[in-house]
Ligand binder design. Structure first.
Ligand SMILES: O=C1O[C@H](COP(=O)(O)O)[C@@H](O)[C@H](O)[C@H]1O
Length: 237
């Protein structure tokens, strides 16, 4: 298990680099065999949205076969499907790349018909035994990843892969989240962090401080920190 740290001058350059690196990594994995489907878990958040914008054009014009990518989400806000607060739907709209297979796109359920607990169970059933090749994680200034918050019941040890989250300290209060065991079963975890307000959390995550959720997440093969200079401001090697 190894760590890599990549720092870029600003959020724009960070987003460009992450998108390009994703395209490279996905195409390497797909080159393993004609049938290789890449399991990619996306995150919500500000820097992720910038990356998805770049990815929309990079995926459509590069060596990747979009039909052999399976898309999952690390967390979701349990609100209406058309709410701007959702993580998945705005991303799916952005990533309208020819060739992406609709049956391989797995947004978490929205608040439409199911209770929060039922929605979490439904996503766990959909996910089954899937292991992510790459799990992307945003990081909050408080050190949260997905919808796992510090000093909050969402972080209690569990054998579940997906949990309902209530009383989220960050609105909206009801969410669905992958848990640490499933995140940490990913081959690669990529942290995406931008902005000065996240510098302390980024340093703690990089130092693997158990005090924040971000410090407890890692890949089984590799953990890559993608930061801009502001977010990297408190990391000293
Ligand atoms: O609420 C959330 O926040 C985090 C971080 O978002 P950011 O806007 O501070 O970058 C994100 O990773 C998570 O998916 C999202 O639901």
């Amino acid at each position: 298990m190894s760590d890599e740290l990549n720092i870029f001058p600003d959020a724009e350059q960070l987003a460009t680099a992450v998108s390009a690196a994703l395209v490279t990594r996905i195409s390497e994995l797909q080159a393993e065999s004609d049938h290789r489907v890449v399991q990619l878990c996306l995150t919500g958040g500000t820097i992720a949205t910038k990356i998805h914008r770049k990815l929309a054009s990079d995926l459509g014009s590069g060596p990747v076969d979009p039909g052999r990518i399976e898309l999952w989400w690390g967390d979701e806000r349990f609100v209406a499907t058309d709410s701007p607060d959702r993580n998945a739907e705005p991303t799916i709209e952005l990533l309208a790349v020819d060739g992406l297979a609709p049956e391989r796109i797995h947004p978490m359920p929205s608040a439409a018909g199911l209770t929060l607990a039922e929605a979490a169970e439904a996503y766990a059933a959909e996910l089954g035994e899937v292991t992510f090749d790459i799990c992307m994680l945003g990081l909050g200034p408080d050190g949260h990843i997905a919808s796992l918050f510090p000093d909050h019941p969402s972080l209690e040890p569990t054998s579940a892969t997906v949990i309902p989250v209530t009383d989220s300290p960050k609105p909206p209060p009801e969410r669905i989240s992958l848990t640490l065991p499933v995140i940490n079963s990913s081959a690669e975890v990529w942290f995406l962090v931008s902005g000065e307000e996240k510098a302390a959390a980024a340093a703690k995550a990089y130092r693997r401080s158990e005090r924040i959720p971000g410090g407890r997440a890692h890949g089984t093969v590799e953990t890559i920190f993608w930061l801009d200079e502001e977010a990297a401001g408190e990391i000293s090697d």
